[in-house]
Design a protein around this ligand. Structure first.
Ligand SMILES: Nc1nc2c(c(=O)[nH]1)N[C@H]1C(S)=C(S)[C@@H](COP(=O)(O)OP(=O)(O)OC[C@H]3O[C@@H](n4cnc5c(=O)[nH]c(N)nc54)[C@H](O)[C@@H]3O)O[C@H]1N2
Ligand SMILES: Nc1nc2c(c(=O)[nH]1)N[C@H]1C(S)=C(S)[C@@H](COP(=O)(O)OP(=O)(O)OC[C@H]3O[C@@H](n4cnc5c(=O)[nH]c(N)nc54)[C@H](O)[C@@H]3O)O[C@H]1N2
Ligand code: SF4
Ligand SMILES: [Mo]
Length: 695
């Protein structure tokens, strides 16, 4: 490797693949292999490889924009732009009170940014109204983790363990498209003789790798998990010793399991009983095993209970808290893990502390130099916050999300955003949400700044700056510093990421996600450090594997949560006879704000589509490529037909990466999980017809 190569990580998903960057004399960077980083060992998907294209002038914002007298966004200087934001926020606060000012963050922000944004909301704005897009991502798994284990770290073990266990049940993850380099671990698993079971209503590229593919109706994973546990019990696979020694609550959970006998579960899920039996045999006849979930089972109005049901299966069969065994959630965004730990969540303080815990308030207030009584109470969850815009919340500062495309019931949310008195957006590109802003603040990108993220394994890693940003661009930390100064906080918002990280370490010390022993230097020397990693002893190695001796509950035992299956908030009816489920394609990322600006990715995935089964296509009389109108109780979307026998005949699938008439979120149901407040992105009822007929 040449000395001018800078070791860093991809700007996109939670795998946070290691990559090298070489600065080009012509500006920009070239991506080179970084084989030493263990998670991806040099492999990258097309998104990571092409990320430098978004650094180009044509793709990105090149200076601040403010809405002028004509109503259009016009170039402005930084002082004018920041003054306008400060005025906008202050005017709303004066007119409607502190909680009328909202903040919306993102799981793609580095730990330093997420921490500074949460502090800015609580200390400078003193608003309770802050949440972030991670609520739309893994919040159900996080809530279920907390309930069962007393701690939420997506994977309680490194990914390398996945390759060495006996059997993996992968529930609603299409990682062959969403984290391609991670597929290697599943391939290795099978090469070593381990088994892979995939649960997905579609036969995805991931499902094609499986020894057994279960293809349930959308929204029925809860019944499926209960049914598998029922069979495990009936067939004598429970680990009574583990249940007795390391868990509580089995007696309460057992009746719900007994109530889900195989034939009932077949009726609910559509998965034939012999396949249920085969799954139990594969999972239970090896000495160790894992269940991994992703958005499929989690983005449901019962996502938390669903994940609890899968955790119960692990606990009852002794597949948790032991080497090469356990439950894990495959977190999604670049900093999906760290972004949920340091205070941009409505109910949270740094270090994964709770805002309603007096000791936590006292600790963090002392680090921040404020009175604990001045810290606000917990606020609204992401969808509820967006839904309150223009009603109770009249000004919004948005950093790192594009809800016009990605929020459920997006047409309604777009109206709510339009009804704000004031909107400021920090972004790297002019996203669909930024287009609606009063002030757009252009910020630096991954190759141009330093900061830490925490990958899906709980490994805290360092992204390093390789090149200088264009002169008119600032970092998110500089934006917060500039705004805080205008709102009376000259100090407390440093712009040096390492200084912010050192404060974060102190704020997290003693909390569940303790980073106090992690330093930039250690991360560099050790290829990342797994939290918790307390400062003392100074030799603390970090914690790659959690729960081996005890769970993080007060008595050290894991908790069964009694759960019962229930239908989705919306089931098919005569008027809306089909299931719609939504998700991702390989070449586009999230709202597409970044990847739609990359030539190669657009060529691979130029626009939305409706995936439907040949039988359904025939019944509807539609052919490949025909424009289809998909209608739900929220609205309508139009996109070409993609006919494929990989999907259930009762279900259609749309990716959500595009705005406009093909926007999948015109259709989705914002029914919320009662515990996690996760919207039901993965299930709603729709009608499908040739577009002309639906017009
Ligand atoms: N290419 C690409 N990669 C990404 C992203 C991206 O946008 N594009 N985003 C990143 C982020 S933030 C995330 S959260 C992850 C998401 O990663 P994944 O969870 O793998 O992605 P999804 O496509 O949302 O959903 C996964 C699968 O769930 C299935 N599914 C739908 N309904 C159900 C159901 O009811 N039950 C079950 N069991 N399965 C169901 C879908 O058919 C789909 O194949 O990907 C990350 N990586
Ligand atoms: N129908 C449907 N909808 C979904 C989902 C689904 O499966 N189905 N999945 C949901 C999930 S899991 C997620 S995570 C959300 C994601 O949806 P969004 O929250 O919209 O995520 P992104 O498109 O990644 O938006 C990030 C924005 O921040 C910008 N950005 C990137 N890095 C930075 C930075 O460092 N600083 C600043 N200031 N800006 C930055 C990007 O350019 C982009 O405009 O979508 C959710 N919506
Ligand atoms: S898998 Fe994720 S982290 Fe790795 S290169 Fe692709 S987008 Fe980047
Ligand atoms: Mo996500």
């Amino acid at each position: 490797m040449s000395p001018s190569t800078v070791d860093t990580h991809c700007p996109y998903c939670a795998l946070q693949c290691g990559m090298g960057l070489v600065a080009l004399p012509t500006g920009g960077v070239e991506v080179v292999e970084r084989t030493a980083f263990p998670v991806n060992r040099g492999a990258l998907c097309g998104k990571g490889r092409t990320a430098p294209e978004v650094l180009a002038r044509g793709a990105r914002l090149t200076g601040p924009l403010v809405r002028g007298a004509s109503g259009a966004l016009e170039p402005a200087g930084w002082d004018e732009a920041l003054d306008r934001v400060a005025e906008g926020l202050l005017r709303t606060r004066a007119a409607h009170g502190r909680d009328a000012v909202g903040v919306f963050g993102g799981g793609g922000l580095t730990n330093e940014k997420a921490y500074a944004l949460g502090k800015f909301a609580r200390v400078v704005l003193r608003t309770s109204q802050i949440d972030y897009n991670g609520r739309f991502c893994m919040s159900s798994a996080a809530a279920a983790h907390q309930r069962a284990f007393g701690l939420d770290r997506g994977l309680p073990f490194p990914l390398e363990d996945v390759a060495r266990t006996g059997c993996v049940i992968l529930v609603g993850s299409n990682l062959a498209e969403t984290m391609p380099p991670a597929l290697r671990y599943l391939t290795e698993l099978r090469e070593r003789g381990g088994k892979l079971i995939v649960v997905d209503p579609r036969r995805t590229r991931t499902a094609e790798q499986a020894d057994l593919h279960l293809q349930p109706r959308p929204g029925t994973d809860l019944a499926l998990a209960l049914g598998l546990l029922h069979l495990a019990l009936a067939e004598g696979y429970l680990d009574e010793e583990f249940i007795a020694e390391r868990t509580n609550g089995w007696a309460e959970a057992r009746p719900g399991v007994m109530a889900h006998w195989p034939e009932l579960v077949e009726r609910i899920t559509g998965v034939p009983v012999p396949q249920l039996r085969e799954a139990v045999r594969l999972f239970c006849s090896t000495p160790d095993g894992m269940v991994l979930t992703a958005r499929g089972p989690e983005q449901q109005s019962k996502g938390t209970d669903t994940v609890s049901a899968w955790i119960n299966l692990c606990l009852a069969t002794g597949r948790a808290g032991r080497p090469l065994s356990g439950y894990g959630c495959l977190t999604g965004q670049g900093n999906g893990q760290g972004g949920r730990e340091h205070g941009q969540k409505a109910d949270q303080l740094p270090g994964y502390r709770k805002l309603d815990d007096p000791a936590a308030r006292a600790h963090v207030a002392a680090v921040w130099g404020v009175d604990p009584d001045d810290l606000p109470a917990p606020g609204r969850s992401a969808y509820e916050l967006l839904d309150a815009l223009g009603v109770d919340v009249h000004a919004l500062l948005l950093m790192g999300s594009n809800p016009v495309v990605s929020a459920p019931r997006a047409a309604h949310i777009t109206e709510r955003i339009a009804s704000l008195d004031f909107l400021a957006v920090c972004d790297v590109v002019l996203s669909e949400t930024a287009e609606m802003a009063d002030v757009v603040l252009p910020v630096t990108q991954w190759a141009e700044e330093t900061g830490t993220t925490t990958n899906l394994e709980g490994r805290v890693i360092l992204r390093r700056k390789a090149i200088d940003p264009p002169p008119e661009i600032r970092t998110d930390l500089e934006v917060l510093h500039g705004l805080a100064a205008r709102l009376g906080w000259e100090k407390g918002f440093p712009t040096d990421p390492e200084e912010v990280f050192d404060e974060l370490r102190r704020a997290s010390a003693g909390g569940p996600a303790d980073y106090s022993g992690i330093t930039y230097r250690r991360i560099a020397e050790e290829d990342g450090v797994f939290w918790p990693c307390p400062e003392t002893p100074s030799t603390h190695p970090g914690t790659p594997r959690l729960f081996l001796d005890r769970f993080a509950t007060p008595d050290g035992r894991a908790r069964f949560v009694p759960v019962l299956h229930r239908p989705s908030a919306e089931e098919p009816s005569a008027e809306y006879p089909l299931y719609l489920t939504t998700g991702r394609v390989l070449a586009q990322y999230q709202s597409g704000a970044q990847t739609r600006r990359v030539r190669e990715l657009n060529a691979a995935s130029p626009g939305p589509f409706v995936q439907l089964h040949p039988q359904l296509a025939e019944r509807l009389g539609v052919a490949e490529g025909d424009a289809l109108a998909v209608t739900s109780r929220r609205g309508r979307a139009v996109a070409p037909a993609l006919i494929s026998s990989a999907i259930r005949p009762d279900t259609v699938f749309m990716p959500f990466h595009w705005p406009g008439e093909g926007r999948a979120n015109n259709l989705t149901n914002p029914a919320l999980d009662p515990t996690s407040r996760m919207p039901e992105f993965k299930v709603c009822a729709v009608r499908v017809e040739a577009a002309a007929a639906g017009a």
